[in-house]
Design a protein around this ligand. Sequence first.
Ligand SMILES: [Zn+2]
Length: 401
Amino acid sequence: MAAKLKKRIKLVSLAILLLAVTQIPFAYRRIVTSNAASKVASLSSSPKAGADARMREVRGIIHAHTSIGGHSMGTFDELIDGADRAGVDFVVMTEHYSDEYDTASLTLNGKIRNTFFVGGNEIDTADGERFLMVPGGPGAAGLRRLPTGEALGQMHADQRLGLVTYPERIKNWENPFDGIEVLNLHTEAKDANKLLMFFDAFWSVSAYPELGLARFIRRPDEALRQYDRVASERRVTLFAGTDAHSNIGVHLFGDDAGHKLFGIKLDPYEAMFRIMRMHVLLPNDTEPNGRSIVEGIRMGRAFVGVDCLGDTTGFAFLSADGGSLMGDEIPAAKELVARTPSPGRIIAYKNGALFAEIDNGDELRFTPDGPGAYRIEAYRPMLDSPYDRVPWIMSNPIYLR
Ligand SMILES: [Zn+2]
């Protein structure tokens, strides 16, 4: 009997020891996250005055769901609160469609508190490809019976944007879509190793909800390769989708319908809306509203800012004479300049190939060497791994034709 008890005590001690040992990496990750948080706080951002006096900048989210379109448990109130607390100026809603009712007109639309909402749809085509239709409308469900080319034709005839979401599903890159979602925050979080996330949730995400999730963001090499190929031929908007569902949880003994014995919500709207924003530039004489924001997105006057690594507000990419900016197609430019609101590694790509860079600074000037799509990425090398590899800024191109 005593021998049996001894054996049991030994086993239990071994299990406790093993559990403790497995927690060392997560405790270490917590230290890394906490260091990153204090470094981000110390790197104060100061937008360069007069970066582009003709434009005003609005910050917001493309790609958000609530329970109205399924796949999400989020309510309007939760989303409105999240947008308000995160201080975003706009949210492009992209509800899944229904055969029975128009989810785009039933979702959030117009100005609520300080945020402009645009009701859009996430749609399928008969080719098995997926798009964000902005604004959305009653025809969303029917588009799944049309091949992609026809579906996009119909969207354009109705003055709507058709933006690629889930680029890995696209078979025909020749179709005339308006933009490519190179990064999808929900997919990044969902695809992360669940066991890692479970312990990270305990150690890091609860204390640092944004940085705890941002560590899973990687440079989307393949999507950018496809983007750069299309952009070398025509204007197409680069954007990142938050794809907020408020539905990723780590839970024990539960199901995805929300019945959980023990659970932690990893992707509440507020945190998702703070991690990464689309920054859209609007002409100063334009009233900010849903329509002008969608037009700014269509024009590619926008950049992706992973703002939890440091506020990217005030980033500028323009011709040195100030005449042209992101999204412009121009015959020539003597010099292009990118300015970040605080220092980082700034890289210029031409048609996807590295063209110019500085390791640590807040301005990169370079002379383009002929036609091509020139765009900027910025990183924060002063943050420790993995945050030094998370893209901090991804701009839209200036196109030299
Ligand atoms: Zn979605």
